[in-house]
Write a protein that binds this ligand. Structure first.
Ligand code: MRU
Length: 381
């Protein structure tokens, strides 16, 4: 399986996603500054992956401090150090809640550790590292369960009696966006492994091309039957009876308490198209992406990205595409001087969403037509 994040006891490496799919290169992340820069510049991206990398970047920094004998002896000082680093890491990207959710949970764990009678700075650091390391395995397990739940729901509710389905996905929500397997792409993987996937379609996902560079890379890697379309082809694809798309399944960066969902720019448009064509529209996300503190999509901050992402494309020259030591070139594609709007995400209103697939099951709207996302947390911490 593709691995975006490699970690072993303070040694963290990430697959540099700015260079994929042309160059497969792991880069070391040794401290919080490295982690912050890798997230901001999108060397690693995807809501779960950025949370995990941020927490493991701080773990790696703490391992190095330990090796240098520089962990503060007082538990309160170690706690303060960790809190300041977490506050810094969450400033790297604003929209995905997973990052601030992980920071809040790990801060609570270290605060509790620091409050124990006789706790040392070493104890607080150990508590943080343990919790950060647990995130990797937990995320993978959750994704596999999301894949299973989503595939089952689609076969029961969208297949319309057919033994197999075609699905469309957007952006990259796979192994590269998580600790492994993926959320929406995990659903595609699960359908494929059960031999009920007739075909997967992935959108190019302009401007950053997560679909054509990363999702297409994963689909080719896993030999899943798949076709790439540009974003502007989605409507025609849904209208095409031969393609027979039964469901659109996407990931999420933040699901508000009422089900409104922030995800990669273009998601909202796909949801509108799905409604018009009677195609099921599903959001796949772990519980860490569901933010009950955010009442609706109106309260979600949408990240604005640099204009160069819209006015250019990046890649190798065609004749160099199979040479792994190539360097990538940026080619301008827009008239110099034009104004650019580049929101990285949009909000899909809950009204357009048929179900939210989580590791705990698929949440559907109640008889009042509203999602109650809070029911997911009724019996968990
Ligand atoms: O800007 P990106 O590439 O980080 O955006 C990623 C997405 O929008 C994904 O759909 C989302 O983070 C879920 S990843 C499992």
């Amino acid at each position: 399986m593709l691995q975006a994040i490699k970690y072993d006891q303070g040694h963290l490496e990430i697959l540099d996603q700015l260079q994929l799919p042309f160059v497969e290169k792991y880069i070391p992340i040794q401290n919080c500054e490295d982690g912050w820069e890798a997230i901001k510049s999108m060397k690693v991206r995807g809501a779960p992956a950025i949370a995990i990398v941020a927490m493991l970047a701080l773990s790696s920094e703490l391992f190095a401090l330990k090796a240098a004998g520089k962990i503060p002896s007082a538990s309160s000082e170690a706690q303060q150090y960790i809190s300041e680093k977490l506050a810094y890491l969450v400033t790297s990207r604003p929209t995905a809640v997973n990052l601030s959710d992980a920071a809040r949970k790990l801060e609570a764990i270290t605060t509790e550790s620091a409050a124990q009678a006789g706790a040392s700075g070493q104890d607080v650091v150990a508590a943080f590292i343990r919790a950060a390391e647990e995130m990797l395995g937990k995320d993978l397990e959750d994704n596999q369960q999301i894949g299973h739940n989503g595939a089952k729901w689609i076969m029961e509710n969208a297949a319309k009696g057919s033994p197999n389905v075609a699905v469309l996905t957007h952006c990259n929500t796979g192994s590269l966006a998580t600790s492994g397997y993926g959320t929406a792409l995990g659903v595609v993987r699960s359908l494929s492994s059960q031999n009920v996937l007739r075909h997967a379609y992935c959108t190019e996902t302009r401007p950053y091309n997560q679909g054509s560079r990363l999702t297409a890379f994963e689909l080719v890697h896993d030999k899943i039957p798949a076709t790439l379309v540009t974003d502007s082809m989605a409507a025609s694809l849904l209208a095409d009876a031969k393609a027979g798309v039964s469901a659109i399944v996407v990931g999420a960066d933040r699901v508000a308490a009422n089900g409104d969902t922030a995800n990669k720019i273009g998601t909202y448009g796909l949801a509108v198209l799905a409604k018009h064509h009677g195609v099921k529209f599903l959001v796949a996300a772990p519980l860490t992406t569901i933010d009950l503190a955010t009442k609706s999509g109106d309260d979600i901050v949408i990240e604005q990205r640099p204009s160069i992402e819209v006015t250019s494309i990046k890649g190798p020259r065609q004749q160099d595409a199979n040479n792994s030591s190539i360097s990538l070139e940026t080619v301008l594609t827009a008239a110099p001087g034009i104004n650019v709007w580049n929101p990285a995400f949009d909000i899909t209103p809950a009204a357009l969403i048929d179900g939210v697939i989580t590791e705990k099951g698929v949440v559907e709207k109640g008889s009042d037509g509203q999602f109650q996302m809070s029911t997911l947390f009724n019996d968990s911490a």
